[in-house]
Design a protein around this ligand. Structure first.
Ligand SMILES: [Zn+2]
Length: 174
């Protein structure tokens, strides 16, 4: 009975909590970085979390769901900060490119990336006291039904990591 003791490594705990690459529906990754009085936020999410599908929108309902999702991602109150007043100054969405449906494509059933698609949303906030931020949170759980858990990292004076859920959508920042 060589019962090897597996000691969790405190050194790798933070890194393991934020690996960021797996495509898992319901899950997303969010990062905040304080720099020069600004906060840059970056969200990586499967498209399924936003609209419930990941193929090119085909029906009118799907097209409208897709457009509504992009508009919701551009809302200036999607993220919340305590300790500083932050105003959204820029949004960039890296989408699968569904805005321009293939002209004359009557088949329309080919999928991107083997049936999966992701969106990366980047935000820049101008803050009055970015170094005083005590917490950062998101309303993604309220605005979309597909999010269950969001891995979050906040890079400020120190680094804070955590898991946001509908019940706890805010990360306390150290
Ligand atoms: Zn997927």
């Amino acid at each position: 009975m060589a019962a090897a003791t597996i000691a969790p490594s405190a050194l790798t705990a933070d890194a393991a909590a934020f690996q960021g690459s797996a495509h898992e529906h319901g899950v997303a990754e969010l990062s905040f970085a304080v720099e020069d009085g600004q906060v840059q936020a970056e969200l990586h999410t499967p498209l399924a979390n936003l609209v419930g599908f990941e193929h090119e929108p085909r029906t009118e309902a799907q097209k409208s769901a897709y457009e509504n999702a992009l508009a919701a991602l551009r809302q200036d109150d999607l993220f919340t900060f305590e300790g500083a007043r932050c105003a959204l100054s820029d949004v960039t969405l890296d989408t699968p490119g569904y805005e321009s449906p293939h002209a004359g494509d009557e088949h329309g059933d080919h999928e991107h990336h083997g049936g999966h698609a992701e969106i990366v949303a980047r935000y820049v906030f101008a803050c009055d006291k970015a170094d005083r931020i005590r917490s950062a949170g998101t309303r993604l759980f309220d605005r979309f039904e597909g999010f269950q858990e969001i891995t979050v990292i906040f890079l400020g004076a120190s680094t804070s990591v955590g898991e946001l859920t509908p019940a706890r959508p805010v990360l306390e920042v150290e």
